[in-house]
Design a protein around this ligand. Structure first.
Ligand SMILES: C[S@@+](CC[C@H](N)C(=O)[O-])C[C@H]1O[C@@H](n2cnc3c(N)ncnc32)[C@H](O)[C@@H]1O
Length: 255
């Protein structure tokens, strides 16, 4: 594996020098092109989409279909810029446009990692890594409202952002939503303490068939996520599955 380094956005990266250069060139071309693409800018923008981003879309497109017969909401823990949340809203519009009960919740500090564990989270991570711009949650709320407006039943708001440390916000969320069954829980906070706390808190709201998605299992840069899963669920008790689309993601059906 390539050496893990931290990029200028304080995110871990395993990219080679050549890959980093190709990405920078594509970004420069994309920024120049954007004003030329006209009203179909979204479709034409795919010209600079990378294989890695396409893989991620394919991954969630695949996972979303496994969810269709499970009742309940989707919770993503660790939203950052909202790339996955936005895709999930579009996937809902494609696969179950009239299922207004499939509300999508996104939990994030929007200030990056809040509580890195010196022992369990390894040597690469620090508080504040993976932060977004100040007040980004308001911009993301607008983006997601617009995305929702491009699918049926857009007069019904079917997403919510919950700002703060998910280890602290999950209990009040459960109390505010006593009806909520969690059909899919996506863990992408990368670190030990909130992953463990949230997993423990949501267990009573899972049903057999709920899908648990872990973004950084078996990842040497983020050992805390594996530790949390081991301590709460036990690796022997779940059948983790991997996808051809993502090297360090794993998912399991809760049984
Ligand atoms: C890798 S990013 C998430 C990427 C996102 N899921 C996507 O697909 O684009 C990790 C996110 O977890 C968030 N995070 C880390 N610790 C958190 C905590 N205790 N509570 C809420 N969010 C947290 C960070 O702020 C960061 O935005």
């Amino acid at each position: 594996m390539n050496t893990v380094t931290k990029n200028s956005n304080r995110e871990l990266s395993g990219k080679s020098h050549q890959e980093t250069q190709a990405m920078e060139s594509l970004l420069a071309i994309h920024q120049n092109l954007l004003s030329e693409l006209g009203t179909n800018w979204s479709s034409h923008s795919l010209v600079t989409m990378t294989r890695q981003s396409l893989s991620r879309i394919l991954y969630y497109a695949d996972l979303y279909q496994k969810l269709l017969n499970v009742p309940g909401v989707i919770c993503e823990f660790g939203v950052q810029w909202g790339a996955t949340l936005s895709q999930l809203i579009s996937l809902r519009g494609i696969h179950e446009p009239y299922n207004y009960s499939r509300v999508i919740y996104g939990f994030d500090t929007f200030e990056g990692f809040s509580q890195v564990d010196d022992v369990r989270d390894g040597v690469h991570l620090e508080a504040g890594d993976y932060s977004t711009e100040l007040g980004y949650e308001k911009k993301l709320d607008k983006i997601l409202t617009l995305q929702e407006s491009l699918s049926p039943l857009s007069h019904m708001r079917k997403f919510e952002l919950i700002k703060g440390d998910a280890a602290a916000t999950i209990q009040p969320w459960l109390e505010r939503n006593p009806h909520a069954i969690i059909a899919m829980a996506i863990f992408d906070m990368d670190i030990y303490k909130p992953t463990k706390a949230v997993l423990e808190a949501i267990l009573p709201r899972l049903t057999k068939g709920s899908i648990l998605v872990f973004d950084e299992l078996n990842h040497p840069g983020f050992p805390g996520e594996t530790a949390a899963v081991m301590e709460v669920l036990g690796l022997n008790n779940i059948r983790l599955q991997r996808s051809v689309f993502q090297p360090t993601c794993a998912w399991a059906v809760f049984e």
